[in-house]
Design a binder for this molecule. Sequence first.
Ligand code: PBE
Length: 303
Amino acid sequence: MKFWRSRTKWMAVIALAAVLVLTLAACAPPAEEPEEEPDEEEVVEVEVPEEIIGIDPGAGIMSATEEAIATYMLPQELIEGSDAAMTAELMNAIENEEPIVVTGWEPHWKFADWGLKFLEDPEGVYGEEEYIANIARQDLEEDLPGVYAFLENYYMTSEQIGEVMSMNAEDPDLEGNASEWVAENPDAVEEWTPEDPGEGGDVEILMVNWDCATASSYVAQEVLGEMGYDVTITEVDAAVMWSGVATGDGDFFTCAWLPLTHGDYWDEYGDDVVEVSKHFEGARIGLVVPEYMDINSINDLVP
Ligand code: PBE
């Protein structure tokens, strides 16, 4: 037949057959299902980080974490850094849904903004709820009674300090934020301002660069400024914050975590300072992970 003898026709038939075979292959179910890619949540479930992201070495939470590592026999290494560096790493991990463990505490703005959880601490290494105290040098009451009287009243609620910390997290203008917050919260300011504000003078607040400390120190600076004082904030590390007020080099600080987190500092300097008042109640430290991680206890950090 002429048709089958024509080369062109043969080629057409072969092409058609090839198309048919390919189409069938595409429609037919493959002999074996390829392994499903594990979804991200599953990846997080099995991985336990090799590091615990810490903060500045003088922080009480760092020595508590060394103790936790020994008590729970954790294989993780504790990494030193700062509040800001730890927060940046945490944010980065959360964006990529990666596993991470950090030294964490409340109050801190990151709890309001991100889904985080404290790991259970069955051995009680991190203690129970704590309070934050205002600590003054011994002669402050005598030298600057107005400042001392302000400190006696200077208590912040979780909502108040949370608002200031969130403002600071969004915009690093700490002074501007404090003055804006103070302007918007006349009731709080009235409660803190003593009837007799005193005569003004120079005041030095010592502070570690922890979010809660910056929030309360800058608000104190603003309110004392309105009372007529000239306030300097000096950033130091935790040991110097305590020793500086104990020796009278600084006037006060608003960030003593008691009884546990700063227990060692209290043992060393407690006799040489005045615990003026409670600044905050319901504080807490521990190891913190994002909620998407499938572990709940510090014991789960042992692979
Ligand atoms: N902190 C925040 C501090 C006190 C304030 C819990 C990180 C610490 O010494 O650990």
